[in-house]
Design a protein around this ligand. Structure first.
Ligand code: KG4
Ligand code: ZN
Length: 335
């Protein structure tokens, strides 16, 4: 079975072709970062227009790279939400048109389920249950997964998402957009213990997150140092901030593991590309005797391979979407 995946929920136009759920035949991404950089964040209208321009040529290239024709596609899997409404609509319209013209089936996929399913692209799903930590530009969430398609939300951020915090702090210290990769690189040369930033709710026992105290602490530190005429070492600041975020993610995830008794953790979302989060989670997993899976970094950030994979699996379970499926910018995940 050949599945075409389409993902346009934010600022990446992405198309992929997957065979038999887990085998990647093509995985293309047209990035728009250069269009949003000068605004310091994603501008929804700019993103939607860029998707319109990029999508058709990308579709043609993906089919070409996969060595398939339009008629070979059995199913089109498309992100139905959450995300930017205009951006989502571009991908959804293309998916419906493709399905109608070619006779391929149609299946809508939750963006965050896609992020978790990126783990399965290489080896397929290990035996459930799992705890999933989903950390992206728009979401920070822990979920218990009794099976590979069911999400029971255990906790989530009360304010900013982790990726958003990375992006805001990067902007504050002049590292550009997107901030996550820039802080990751800068932190490699810094001392994670240089500045003692707060670990919000790390040991509170509940599984919600809050980034606002950390963000304020970074802002206050920068203002204080500047007012005192002292130089700020961006590497130390990046490393200390990153360590504070990572500490909380790791400790909450391991609390969720203890509370649920599962022995497999799935990491998903753009922030999982972070080198420190990956190594600290791997260490914590080893220490607790728990398996921790993370997609390769290039499959952590938005891509269509994860959407094709999750969609193909839902299709194989007999699920179908009709041509009147809509997009939902606030689509909820699970229960
Ligand atoms: O999953 P994603 O590509 O898009 C959303 O669904 O939001 O996540 C994007 C977020 C951005 O905030 C970006 O700064 C962050 O992921 N990110 C990182 C790294 N690479 C991307 N954050 C920390 N370290 C990284 N290496
Ligand atoms: Zn995403």
């Amino acid at each position: 079975m050949i599945t075409l995946g389409i993902e346009t929920s934010c600022d990446e136009t992405a198309v992929a072709v997957v065979e038999d759920t887990f085998t990647l035949r093509a995985n293309l991404i047209a990035r728009q970062e250069h269009l949003h950089e000068r605004f310091g964040g994603v501008v929804p209208e700019v993103a939607a227009r860029a998707h319109v321009e990029a999508l058709n040529p990308l579709l043609a290239r993906a089919l070409d790279e996969a060595g398939v024709d339009v008629g070979d596609i059995d199913v089109v899997a498309v992100t139905e939400g959450p995300g930017l409404v205009g951006a989502l609509l571009v991908g959804m319209a293309a998916a419906k048109a493709f399905s109608l013209a070619s006779g391929a089936g149609l299946i809508g996929v939750h963006h965050l389920e896609g992020h978790v399913w990126a783990n399965f692209l290489v080896h397929g799903p290990p035996a459930p249950p799992y705890v999933a930590l989903i950390v992206s530009g728009g979401h920070t969430m822990l979920a218990h997964m009794p099976d590979a398609h069911t999400f029971e939300v255990l906790g989530q951020t009360l304010d900013d998402a982790a990726g958003e915090a990375f992006d805001k702090v990067a902007r504050l210290i002049g590292l550009g957009f997107p901030g996550g990769p820039a802080i990751d690189r800068m932190a490699a040369a810094g001392d994670p213990q240089a500045i003692a930033f707060p670990r919000a709710m790390a040991e509170s026992g509940d599984l919600d997150f809050s980034m606002s105290g950390l963000k304020t602490a970074v802002l206050r530190h920068v203002k204080r140092e500047r007012a005192a005429g002292r130089d700020i070492d961006p590497a130390d600041l990046a490393a200390s901030f990153q360590e504070a975020i990572v500490d909380v993610q790791v400790s909450k995830t391991m609390t969720a593991v203890r509370q649920t008794g599962v022995d497999t953790v799935l990491l998903g979302g753009g922030v999982v590309a972070n080198s420190r989060l990956r190594s600290r989670m791997a260490d914590a997993g080893r220490a607790a005797g728990v398996r921790v899976l993370a997609p390769p970094p290039e499959l952590c950030t938005d891509n269509a391979a994860m959407i094709a994979c999750a969609g193909a699996a839902r299709w194989a379970r007999g699920e179908r979407s009709s041509l009147d499926i809509g997009v939902d910018p606030n689509l909820r995940l699970g229960v």
